[in-house]
Write a protein that binds this ligand. Structure first.
Ligand code: P53
Length: 474
């Protein structure tokens, strides 16, 4: 029993949160570059405040990030030392198509990722590649309004054609859009959407989401044509919503909250819009332009597997008084009185991972892949730069045990597990360096100061042992 022999253990990163080198190798500017750290970050990623270029008042952590653009060889070597079977990374769209609407790709960008994937292969590490992890070329935002435009499907198609053909034989596992449901919560970060005064935001978000869903199906189609061995997955910011109480009204509310997220996967995995979503849009007066060709594409090109991030469960209540207690920014949720929380207020719920795995497997019956999980915490290195991160080991251990139960006791088909931010990187939600997830400490602070030196934490050797024992020795 236990995990399958070929279980893909590893770690995950995203280009904009680790690479830096924002203007090197012919790379074009992207939305992810211009989101600063500080109080303006949230209104900007939510599309409520316009930031289309750098200004002098803000600090932009993604410009340099942890400089992995230059250090990927040393960093991948450390991943290999831990025994990674897979490494999840993303392609920066604007390295391949700097403006986004060119006819031919930028060779320097293509070459960069080719070297990166070859470096992985050298150690027997299988790349797991996110095609877009929150990034969108700035030119596409300024010229077409990003994903609000149907033209984006064609630009994304060009990107897919370029990378699938170039990396055929090197990359087998692909994810089309990171946390596709994030478009509802952080539309500028998720889809390059910035709202105009007075427009119907729901209408804009769902039309843009539709374009992404069609682009995702098209990517799946192209991948299978280029190489039938390629496996294409969708990616959801998951974490089931529990009813706050057993009051039927709360249960209904929780069901509706879950549907808000599962809607995306329902389309990507089942190939059509679910009835509840069509009804909800009708009620809200949202009219989506869906063509017959779109419907055909969605129907004929469903995903091969389902991937998701899991950090926490959520709660929902139908009671307006209870709802006053809502906390958090990007994914606001009620506080669950039965759970403890991280330093950033993210509630810790390992059993929720088993529950979420089961919900998703029951719903789709396709192989699953946990592509993000982990604890964002403040690490305090000793005089040698060593971090004794027992709290992180504890968090990961409990979550691995929960996923083991989902596999062993419930029979969920699980392909692999990649922890988020296997090397410390810039936080997507807050822009901080201080919120660390890694097995490898990176000497850099919130203001961008530090030597960028890499140091193994205590969890480094622990994870190595976990992988070597295929999850038995925790
Ligand atoms: P940070 C919010 C809620 C759930 C997942 O997040 C989220 C977010 C964004 O904050 O994003 C994913 O860095 C995302 C990663 C991100 C990671 O979770 O805010 O795919 O890019 O870094 C952790 O702590």
């Amino acid at each position: 029993m236990g995990f399958r022999e070929d279980f893909l253990w590893g770690g995950a990163t995203a280009a904009n949160q680790c690479e830096g080198g924002y203007n090197e190798g012919g790379r074009g500017l992207a939305n992810v570059d211009v989101v600063p750290i500080g109080k303006d970050r949230f209104p900007i990623i939510a599309g409520e405040m316009k930031m289309f270029d750098f200004d002098d008042e803000h600090f932009y952590p993604a410009k340099e990030a942890i400089n992995m653009y230059h250090t990927f060889k040393e960093d991948i070597k450390l991943f290999a030392e831990m025994g990674f079977k897979t490494y999840r990374c993303s392609i920066a769209w604007s390295r391949i198509f700097p403006k986004g609407d060119e006819d031919t790709p930028n060779e320097e960008g293509l070459k960069y990722y080719e070297e990166l994937f070859k470096e992985c292969k050298k150690y027997g590490i299988e790349p797991l590649v996110t095609i877009t992890h929150f990034d969108c070329p700035m030119h596409l935002i300024k010229t077409y309004g990003a994903w609000r435009s149907r033209k984006m499907i064609g630009f994304y198609e060009n990107l897919c054609n370029a990378i699938f053909n170039r990396y055929k034989g090197l990359v087998k596992y692909w994810l089309t859009f990171n946390e596709i449901n994030m478009i509802l919560h952080a539309p500028f970060m998720g889809a390059g959407i910035c709202f105009e005064d007075g427009e119907n935001k729901e209408q804009v978000k769902y039309q843009a989401a539709h374009h992404e869903l069609v682009a995702s199906a098209l990517a799946t189609k192209i991948a299978h044509e280029v190489d039938p061995d390629m496996m294409v997955g969708c990616m959801l910011a998951a974490g089931d919503t529990y009813p706050y109480t057993c009051k039927p009204e709360d249960v209904l509310e929780a069901m509706n909250k879950n549907r808000e997220n599962y809607f995306f996967i329902d389309v990507q995995s089942r190939g059509k819009y679910p009835a509840y979503a069509l009804k909800e849009m009708e009620r809200k007066g949202i009219k989506i332009d869906i063509t017959e060709d779109d419907k055909e594409l969605l129907k004929n090109n469903t995903v091969d597997f389902i991937s998701f991030s899991y950090y926490s469960s959520r709660c929902a209540s139908a009671d307006p008084e209870v709802n006053k207690l809502t906390e958090g920014n990007v994914f606001a949720s009620l506080k669950n009185p039965h759970l403890k929380a991280s330093e950033w207020g993210w509630q810790i719920d390992p059993l929720g991972l088993r529950i979420t795995l089961n919900t998703i497997y029951d719903r789709y019956q396709k192989p699953l892949f946990i592509v993000e999980n982990g604890l964002g915490a403040v690490d305090v290195p000793d005089e040698n730069g060593y971090v004794e991160d027992d709290y992180r080991i504890q968090y990961l251990k409990e979550h691995i045990l929960a996923m083991k139960d989902a596999v062993d006791l419930d029979g969920v088909d699980l392909l692999g597990y990649t922890t988020w931010g296997c090397i410390d990187l810039v936080s997507a939600g807050t822009g901080e360096m201080k919120k660390r997830y890694g097995f490898i400490y990176v000497d850099r602070d919130n203001e961008g100061k530090g030597t960028l030196k890499r140091t193994k934490k205590k969890s480094f050797d622990w994870y190595k042992k976990v992988i070597a024992s295929n999850g038995e020795d925790l």
